[in-house]
Design a protein around this ligand. Structure first.
Ligand SMILES: [Zn+2]
Length: 200
């Protein structure tokens, strides 16, 4: 499934958006739908510094990735980078905290420094897809040493996928062979109570 959006009609595991405008990443694995109680857990991790939640979220993600990725292990795990200013405010990068645990358990190298967020964007939860896409344009800078590699990008929440798509685009520009998103929770606007598990 390319973007892990729940769709009723799909062809080749793609939703309509991915078919008409294919993203730069080739697949998305989401542990859960972004809904209660996972939204509360993610919120507590990010804004109340409950760092012990990171391995719990990582375990949920691991269950999914272990089941699906055994035949296609990525070469490197890249946590979604946070802008230095945001990092300073929060004190940690939640994607790195989750990624650290996943990398360790799967024995895959973690690469927290090969991508940087060079522009600090405003939170874009309220922005529609097109504006989000412009909002995140050129916010990342990635190392050129990723050539030929299959990369797994880890993030806590995927909403429209605009940020993940922008990062995947930069990674592909640096020669990455394949980019897969591993996210803890995927927002599904109209299906709050559905776990992805029931569908895939
Ligand atoms: Zn899609």
């Amino acid at each position: 499934m390319m973007c892990a959006k729940i769709v009723t009609i799909s062809r080749d595991g793609c939703c309509g958006d991915c078919l008409t405008d294919p993203p730069a990443y080739s697949a998305t694995i989401a542990a859960l739908t972004y809904t209660f109680p996972i939204d509360m857990l993610i919120h507590a991790l990010k804004y109340r510094m409950q760092l012990a939640i990171a391995p719990v979220l990582a375990k949920l993600l691991l269950e999914k990735t272990m089941a699906k990725e055994l035949t296609e292990r990525p070469d490197l795990i890249i946590p979604m980078p946070l802008h230095p200013k945001r990092l300073q405010e929060r004190g940690f990068n939640q994607a790195l905290e989750i990624g650290r645990y996943v990398a360790q358990q799967m024995h895959i190298e973690l690469s927290p420094d090969s991508c940087k967020r060079i522009k600090n964007t405003s939170p874009q939860t309220e922005l529609p897809w097109k504006m989000r896409r412009n909002n995140v344009k050129n916010v990342f800078s990635c190392d050129p040493n990723l050539s030929g590699k299959h990369l797994a990008v880890i993030d806590d929440v995927m909403t429209t996928g605009a940020t993940l798509n922008e990062l995947a685009q930069q990674l592909r520009k640096q020669g990455a062979k394949k980019v897969t998103n591993w996210v803890v929770a995927r927002a599904q606007k109209d299906r709050f109570w559905t776990q992805l598990d029931q569908y895939f």
